[in-house]
Design a binder for this molecule. Sequence first.
Ligand SMILES: [Cu+2]
Length: 84
Amino acid sequence: QRVEMTFHNMSMMGHPMHLHGHHFQVVAINGTRFAGALRDTVYVPPMSMVTVAVDAGEAAEWMLHCHHMPHLASGMMTTFAVSG
Ligand SMILES: [Cu+2]
């Protein structure tokens, strides 16, 4: 199943968001849609929104986290759950 996920960064710092086990396509920045690059990490600038489209892969709980290590270390991570 293809799903879209929007990162809404309401902070004054940029966050490189990384999803394990998948590649996603960047499909919008601040609501403007376009066919962007396929990647597994996307930089979300301060005070902005980035939308990605993901084709859900193997059923598992995949880590989704900021790749800025101090942010990751302080808990900026969650899971992207794919159920079979
Ligand atoms: Cu971050």
